[in-house]
Design a protein around this ligand. Structure first.
Ligand SMILES: Cc1ncc(COP(=O)(O)O)c(C=O)c1O
Length: 361
């Protein structure tokens, strides 16, 4: 599955910058480790591809034991199905409108199982109409909001109502519930109540799908969940280190950048700005972790410049030095570049096109 170019055998040190690199030993270790964690808690592993957007990495996840993959957008699913890397996909996004419902049906005709989530009646009716037109049965999970404050029905009772509607509508088969992330504050309460309510109502719940990398060390706290969708774990990033689920040595994505200016004793400017690192912060204060200078702070980004405060550093880089940055949020960095370069032992081993880059529809 590895796609290579003539850059093979080039040393990492000779790569032009900025460049997004993937440390392949770490990537492989992360995939194996999380497969083991999920399997040991008796759940099915269904990694989310939005982090890497690279079919070859999806194939590695399936080869490690994932039952299938998760895509956020139909465009991602189209790329992964074209690449033939999975026969079982879950699309975790409400499909609104007949054009998208038609695309979903096209895809569902091409693989063994394509399931989708829904959190409202409009989406269910649209899916049903499209499925009926094709003579297909589409598996549906009802998305629940257990405190994250995004999509999702607000109560187990509302989930049951939607489940019953899905079962009544032609072309749909209710298969269970889905939530993101497990760490949302009411997940345990919501799902415990839902399991009792559905049981009392005689509606089977074959799939309870949880998600997120930060909850990986606490999967056994959610015993009712049958599958888990983690995404960020393949690369990890500053947020995952802050959440305690990864260390710096688990971070497989590095942005290699060159110091292009040292305007003052305390300031370095690198050739990667918001067009590579993005300005994502969530709960992080600055804009990335500098591997070689852990006391440095990436204090600001403009589009093509990254500004680093060196005042806490004893050693300081010179103009022309290359530094590696662990981004705050690796998933959005994937969407910024056409390709990532896979490194092993300081050498380029492969170049992967980020095939689902920009596939946001
Ligand atoms: C619906 C859904 N499932 C799973 C994930 C994976 O979560 P993480 O990136 O924390 O592993 C995400 C991340 O955005 C998501 O939106």
């Amino acid at each position: 599955m590895h796609e290579t170019t003539d850059r093979k055998r080039i040393a990492a040190a000779d790569l032009d910058t900025p460049v997004v690199t993937v440390l392949l030993d770490r990537l492989e270790r992360n995939i194996a480790r999380v497969q083991d964690i999920v399997a040991r808690t008796g759940k099915r592993n269904r990694p989310h591809v939005k982090t890497h957007k690279i079919p070859a990495i999806g194939a590695m996840q399936v080869a490690a034991g994932a039952v299938g993959l998760t895509c956020q957008k139909l465009g991602e699913a189209e790329v992964f199905i074209d690449a033939g890397v999975a026969d079982d996909l879950l699309v975790t996004f409400n499909i609104v409108g007949s054009a998208k419902a038609g695309r979903l049906m096209d895809l569902s005709e091409r693989i063994g199982r394509l399931a989708v989530v829904a959190d409202n009646e409009t989406v269910l009716h649209g899916l049903s109409e499209a499925a009926r037109g094709r003579g297909r049965i589409v598996p549906v999970l009802v998305e629940c909001d257990s405190g994250f404050g995004r999509n999702g029905v607000q109560t187990p009772r509302a989930a049951l109502d939607l489940a019953r509607l899905a079962d009544r509508l032609p072309g749909l088969a209710f298969e269970g519930l889905m939530v993101f992330p497990n760490t949302a504050p009411r997940t345990l309460e919501f799902f415990s109540e839902a399991v009792s309510l559905f049981r009392a109502s005689g509606v089977p719940l074959p799939t309870l799908s949880g998600g997120g990398t930060p909850s990986l060390n606490a999967l056994s706290d959610y015993p009712m969940m049958t599958e888990h969708r983690a995404g960020t774990y393949v690369y990890n990033d500053v947020m995952m280190v802050h959440s305690g689920v990864a260390g710096w040595n688990d971070c497989a994505m590095h942005v290699r950048t060159t110091v292009v200016s040292r305007p003052t004793a305390d300031r370095a400017v690198i050739d990667a700005g918001s067009k590579v690192l993005t300005r994502e912060q969530y709960y992080v204060r600055d804009f990335g972790h500098v591997v070689e200078y852990p006391d440095a702070t990436v204090v600001n980004l403009s589009e093509e410049h990254g500004v680093i405060d060196l005042s806490a550093c004893r050693d300081r880089p010179r103009v022309g030095d290359v530094v590696n940055i662990v981004p705050n949020h690796c998933c959005v960095v994937s969407n910024m570049v056409d390709e990532v370069v896979g490194l092993r032992d300081g050498m380029v081993e492969l170049v992967w096109p980020v095939a689902a880059r920009g596939k946001v529809r």
